[in-house]
Each structure stands twice: as structure tokens, then as C-alpha cells.
Design a protein around this ligand. Structure first.
Ligand code: FES
Length: 168
């Protein structure tokens, strides 16, 4: 075989090799596209900041669609997601805050919640009282992060109205 033929043969093999590699890469990409781009173990816990950054009363966290309430050293969190069709409810301060029994302990209720979409209303403890909302706003578990002491909410852990996080 001549030198020229060797060279042509080599280039042909090189080209074929590159083609095979490209096809494999494309095949892998196509296969990957068949796998949904979601993870089923996405974290549901979110750090919310240091407790000292939460004023007494209510703080709305738009990213988490969450209201965090503080009464002294005691915290609880109520979802801002309307239980009708999922609009974000807004909090309206009560002219006369009340103290009520919530989950077996007294709690200061300073707000009510109104849904702008179809007019549902909720009391300060999240109970639905008017409109199409079929159930109360969810309460979520709060805890303290062991690493940096931030408040943490678990948006997959719904708790009862007796839940309180009290810091020592
Ligand atoms: S989504 Fe809130 S009342 Fe319909």
C-alpha cells in the first residue's frame, strides 16, 4: 500500500471515529431528554433568617408565600396559598386585635386573610370563614437550623393549630 493510501485510510478511520463519537453524544442527549428534568427529593425546607429579624406580629415572605408570626419568643407559620385555587391571600390588620384559643392555647390574632381572586376570607388562625375556600390555610412546621440558628420552615410538613416554636 502506498503512503498516500495509508494516509487516506488513516483520515477515513479518524473521520469515522469522530462521527461515531458525535452520534453517541447525540444519542445520549436524546435519551437524557426522555428523562423528566425533576428531582423527587427536592428540599422542602427553607431557611428564613435569624429569629431576631422577625418583628413581633406578622412578617410576609413572598418567595415562600408564607406568613410568619411572632409573639415574644413564640413563632408559628401560616401559608398564604388560598385553599380554593391557590392565589396568594393578603393579610389585613384588624382594627381590634383579639386573643383567642387556638389549638388549646391563647393566641393574639392581629390579622385576617383575604383572597383577591374569588373573595375567600380566613380568620387570623387561618380558619376559612367565607367564600369558596374549602379548608383552612395550612400551618407549616418551623424549627431552628442546627448550623446557624436561622428559622427554618418545612413546606412539606403541615402541622396542627396547636403547633408553636418557642425559643428558650
Ligand atoms: S383562589 Fe382564593 S378564593 Fe379562589
Amino acid at each position: 500500500m502506498s503512503k498516500n493510501n495509508d494516509r487516506r485510510d488513516f483520515l477515513l478511520k479518524l473521520g469515522t471515529g469522530a462521527g461515531v463519537v458525535a452520534l453517541c453524544a447525540q444519542g445520549a442527549a436524546s435519551l437524557r431528554s426522555l428523562v423528566p428534568n425533576v428531582t423527587y427529593d427536592a428540599p422542602t425546607t427553607v431557611k428564613l433568617g435569624a429569629p431576631k429579624d422577625f418583628p413581633d406580629g406578622l412578617k410576609f415572605l413572598p418567595d415562600e408565600r408564607l406568613f410568619v408570626f411572632r409573639e415574644g419568643n413564640t413563632f408559628h407559620a401560616i401559608s398564604a396559598v388560598c385553599t380554593h385555587l391557590g392565589c396568594t391571600v393578603r393579610a389585613e390588620a384588624l382594627a381590634n386585635p383579639q386573643t383567642a384559643d387556638v389549638g388549646g392555647a391563647s393566641m393574639r390574632l392581629s390579622h385576617r386573610f383575604l383572597c383577591p381572586c374569588h373573595g375567600s376570607e380566613y380568620k387570623g388562625d387561618g380558619s376559612n370563614v367565607a367564600g369558596p375556600a374549602p379548608k383552612p390555610l395550612a400551618w407549616f412546621r418551623l424549627s431552628l437550623s442546627p448550623d446557624d440558628g436561622q428559622l427554618v420552615v418545612d413546606l412539606a410538613d403541615e402541622v396542627g393549630h396547636d403547633f408553636r416554636l418557642t425559643l428558650g
